[in-house]
Design a protein around this ligand. Structure first.
Ligand SMILES: C[S@@+](CC[C@H](N)C(=O)[O-])C[C@H]1O[C@@H](n2cnc3c(N)ncnc32)[C@H](O)[C@@H]1O
Length: 191
């Protein structure tokens, strides 16, 4: 199934971050597997993991790629040259999840986390309010939609809390806040 939404909007940047010579990639919280299917055309081995049996069943119905049904924090996984995750980390313990992603990454590998955070400061609110008309217009024009039955959750951490914790766990990580209410963290593990 092909569709567009604020998560899919980040896919081109995620795919551009795949390191040269990457042999294996993991998408954490893969949902219906759309990003795994895109990764599979660029990487010899692409795997998705998701806790939801319904989402994994949808993902498996669309392609023969590898989908693991389970909790990322306890599942038996390998190591990867590229790990990504979109709109998922706020469903889990942020620090444990980022630490596990870091540990499963091979030296020289790249991690990209796209997440949601809570507006907490005047600056956060001002950014959100200023962007709101653009966000609404883009979503209507692009007919924003997603898969049926996708588990969702409100983010508890603020943008500042995310940035501070990420800088501690992933020194040198690049943090960006995006127009469509997402932030991204990009980090390369030292070789
Ligand atoms: C909002 S959806 C995003 C899905 C997909 N990444 C996307 O961009 O459309 C969050 C996903 O995280 C999954 N999830 C939540 N907790 C998880 C965990 N502990 N381990 C693996 N997946 C988890 C949910 O089942 C859900 O499919």
């Amino acid at each position: 199934m092909v569709y567009w939404n604020s998560n899919v909007a980040r896919h081109p940047d995620i795919l551009r971050a795949v390191p040269a010579g990457c042999s294996s990639a993991l998408d954490v919280g893969c949902g219906d597997g759309l990003l795994v299917r895109k990764l599979a055309s660029a990487v010899p081995s692409a795997t998705g993991i998701d806790k939801s049996p319904e989402m994994v069943a949808q993902a498996r119905s669309f392609s023969d790629d590898t989908f693991v049904e389970g909790d990322f924090l306890s599942a038996d996984l390998g190591t990867y040259d590229f790990i990504c995750s979109v709109a998922t980390i706020h469903h889990l313990d942020f620090e444990l999840t980022l630490a596990r992603m870091r540990d499963l990454l091979r030296p020289g590998g790249v991690l990209v986390v796209v997440g949601l955070a809570r507006d907490a400061s005047v600056r956060d609110w001002a950014t959100t309010i200023a962007a709101a008309p653009i966000v609404r217009t883009v979503k209507v024009l692009r007919r924003s939609r997603g898969p049926e039955g996708m588990p969702t959750m409100k983010p508890q951490m603020s943008y500042r809390e995310v940035r501070t914790a990420a800088q501690r766990l992933l020194p040198g990580a690049r943090y960006r806040r995006h127009l469509l209410r997402r932030y991204s963290l990009t980090w390369q593990k030292p070789s």
